[in-house]
Design a protein around this ligand. Structure first.
Ligand code: FMN
Length: 177
């Protein structure tokens, strides 16, 4: 069975979460973890499970303007924020518009500030809605968020939590032996 984890990331946090989810899924699946730019139709078509994640920008999915702001902030951060190779885009919002037909089951995640979701918004809600609109079956009760500090660094426990989320997702989709 194959799983495809597709991520968007400006500062590398969503990238790191995607890799950790991939490690958890790898206990059951053959896993590819790729930025949107490399999420080619062939990979999507071959996947049994599609996991999509993005940073929360302006309460939802990024747009080119919010990605430009993020890049400007990195430039002003004195080196504490560096741009991920995926920062040049494209973003998940545009990619989902052109998602090829797939039989894959799906799950969504995001990264967002460590504060109540009602205040921060959640990119993953928009991802889940779009995946559903394109006919994919969502296999988690709710999309998952992984949290960053106000300085845009992943909270320390979140990598391990992402790995465990991936592991549980995989085992929930595997028939008991
Ligand atoms: C332009 C911009 C807008 C943001 N808006 C929000 C927001 O509305 N809610 C939130 O929780 N975090 C917001 N953030 C923080 C991002 O969620 C955080 O930078 C992101 O999770 C880091 O992931 P990345 O390293 O993969 O880019 C914003 C960040 C930027 C740069």
């Amino acid at each position: 069975m194959r799983a495809l984890v597709v991520y968007e990331s400006m500062y590398g946090n969503t990238h790191r979460v995607a890799e950790a989810i991939g490690e958890g899924l790898a206990q059951v699946y053959r896993v590819d973890v790729v930025p949107v730019e490399h999420a080619a139709a062939g990979l999507v078509e071959a996947a049994d499970l599609l996991v999509v994640g993005a940073p929360t920008h302006a309460h939802g999915l990024s747009r080119s303007g919010t990605r430009a702001s993020a890049a400007t902030e990195a430039g002003k951060s004195g080196g504490t924020l560096t741009l991920d190779p995926a920062a040049k885009g494209p973003g998940v919002r545009d990619w989902l518009e052109t998602l090829p037909a797939t039989r894959a089951k799906a799950a969504a995640f995001d990264t967002r500030l460590d504060a109540p979701a009602v205040l921060t918004g959640r990119a993953a809600k928009g991802i889940a809605r779009r995946l559903r609109q394109r006919g994919l079956e969502l296999v988690t009760a709710a999309p998952e968020s992984f949290l960053v500090t106000r300085q845009n660094h992943l909270e320390p426990q979140e990598t391990a939590r992402a790995r465990e989320w991936g592991r549980q997702l995989a085992s929930s989709l595997t028939p008991a032996a």
